[in-house]
Design a protein around this ligand. Sequence first.
Ligand SMILES: *Cc1c(COP(=O)(O)O)cnc(C)c1O
Length: 387
Amino acid sequence: MNIKEQDKEYVAGTYNRFPVVIVSGKGSIVTDENGKDYIDMTSGIAVDSFGACDEIWRQAIIEQSGKIQHISNLYYTEPCVKLAKMLCERTGMSKVFFSNSGAEANECAVKTARKYAADTKGEEYHTIITLKNSFHGRTITMLSATGQDHYHELFRPLTPGFVHAEANNFAELKHLAETHKTAAIMIECVQGEGGVIALDSDYVKALADYAHEHDIVLIVDEVQTGNGRSGQLYSYMNYGIQPDIVSTAKGLAGGLPLGATLMGAKVKDTLKPGDHGSTFGGNPVACAGAVSILGRIDDALLAEVREKSRYLFGAFTGAEGIETVSGMGLMMGLKPSKKKAADVVKECIEHGVLCLTAKDRIRLLPALNIPFDLLKKAAEVIKACCA
Ligand SMILES: *Cc1c(COP(=O)(O)O)cnc(C)c1O
């Protein structure tokens, strides 16, 4: 049996995989089992921040794996502390909890918010308001947080205490906050799985002001939008707001599993010893990888991300067969007008470009350092496949 047949036999069938077996990669080019090269416009769903097998990142994780690969969170290790300090200094947040994934980073955010509300207002203040069309992860509680019914249907009963507000409708959000004993409001500034749709600036500001005035914890889910993806280190920075909690994962460690929950001054001491934990969270190898990634997401790189974003918006806006272009930074959604997004993506793969979908859109999440010539080539292929 070949790889595809063995996968079908032995791996749980939860993914509709594209018919490609990737065996290696370098930067923004990945290669399949037949030696065919592809320009990677996915970076593993916003994970491989500096592309495949980035040399500096590789050295960082090789070096750490030769010192100690894991020792449990009952002992101190340097990479985790170094990364937490970097994250706090770059964001103005106060403390960090490390886990392994986006869903876990969000779980920690919700636990922290509920405990803060219980401590300050009473246990009945436990409702978390999230937005319709959001995506916050696959655990039972993060399914409850996710404001899309089709993720819920097969898995009830879900965790109680979540209500969903229409995005960009402040009146509805305010109404929900007034009629529920609310612990937190949780948003993605750009809804990723929901179709790569950025929230309105006025709405986000109004919501952040409201949360602040009422001592409601503001959680921004930066799992997909974070770590340079939006053209700023975190997408909330494009909106001029300061969240109480930021969760992130995906691109943070450049391809190793790592989640982080950043806690602002208000909630930095909410969790006490024994309140939360993780066996692998803050793993030294993953953290060493993240230190090497975060250190290179500097002003120059962020300016480059914004320039590439302007190029892509320019290339796709008004192009034949593309109805709308949405997103922020190197996180883009294209709504095709002549074909289904999934069919365009299949065509792109045949022509040597890997893309993703989100709802009815083609979703692009290239590595932050993708060279301009590859970006241009990929854009030409995608345009031709949409036309
Ligand atoms: C991917 C994603 C998650 C879930 O992350 P996992 O690492 O798959 O658990 C949560 N929130 C957002 C916004 C995401 O894009």
